[in-house]
Design a protein around this ligand. Sequence first.
Ligand SMILES: Cc1ncc(COP(=O)(O)O)c(C=O)c1O
Length: 389
Amino acid sequence: MTDLRLAQRTLTLKPSQIREVAEAGMNIDGITPLWFGESAWPTPKLGVDAAINALNNADHFYQPNSGKATFRQAICDYQQSLHDYEFNPNRITVTASGMQGLALVAQALITNGDKVLAIEPTWPNVIEAFRISGAEVTTQNLEVKNGKWSLDLNRFIAALTPEIKAVVINSPHNPTGWTMPEADMKTIFNHCQKLGIWIVADDVYARLYKHGKSAPSFLKWASDQDRVISINSFSKAWSMTGWRLGWICAPKALEQTLAMLTEFNIAGPAGFIQQAGATMLAQGEPEIAKLTKCLNAGYAIAEAKLKAMQGVDFIEPDGAFYCFFKVAGMTDSLTTAKNLLSTAKVGTAPGAAFGTSGQGYLRICYAQPPEILSDALDKLAAGLAKAKV
Ligand SMILES: Cc1ncc(COP(=O)(O)O)c(C=O)c1O
């Protein structure tokens, strides 16, 4: 077959360079994987037991399109505990991961040629999910100011013109850990509501925030009439990457659209997985507290080791569980990351995976036990020192 006659949209898909490095490294013995956004610790027993119970109780059947009613209510209760107001379950759609949440929202909002604004560096999947739906995605760059990532609010507002259909804001941010200040969110919220621009808030790292219980969120102001959609996931704060579970909080007018899109894509996550999610929300706060302690320990190690590394420019994150650092003289982060697999036995994510502004950077996820992380970072230091980056 010379012409597969595939959909045009598939021909412009770009493979993820994070995956490219990881796939190369997964076959090599003894690699410490710091490439994905995934903690080393398995899902707390609380969630596993809830799923097993549900399986033993024959929770084996098709589910309501928007998710179990009890689970949607548990999500509302959880959100209320963070944002201090009541959410109606008709705003909640249960999804099979944050990634699927992004894809469903893109399907719901985007008509071919619609313009979407995102922030670079950016997790590439966000852009691809919107491009698959036909969006033209442009980006505004974060910049480093006084050793921290920052977004020029005036420049960003100027880019949010009436032609923009939606803006995707991931805060706390992958890969930089930058977190949008609440005052900036309020300004963007007001501006977007005035112009009718959808805010798609990728909140999957909301609970991995260094300075508090939960990062600032657009949900603080978004009523069920506002053009704000929050996407969340069980992958990060509840250590459930492999379960594929998340949710969307949207204006109630989207309930039926998202229900149909869910049905026609996947017909929802498995019931026993939803039960595990509901249990984690209701009883999992001590587990998040334990994870936070582990992440704080990992961060302290990463900060100390990266700051001490020759040629590494450490930039302080506010949240998530990454360090995104500049390596002096590195012009091809993909090749460097691939070389580090053999020279250092450490798996990193190449900065170029997050857009051209990420070139020259590497990302590590520090959600690892102290000894393993410490050893991996020592090897990384040696590998970078040896490498002709
Ligand atoms: C910014 C961002 N959004 C969404 C996701 C989706 O996570 P999941 O599909 O595992 O729920 C990730 C995962 O790494 C992410 O980094």
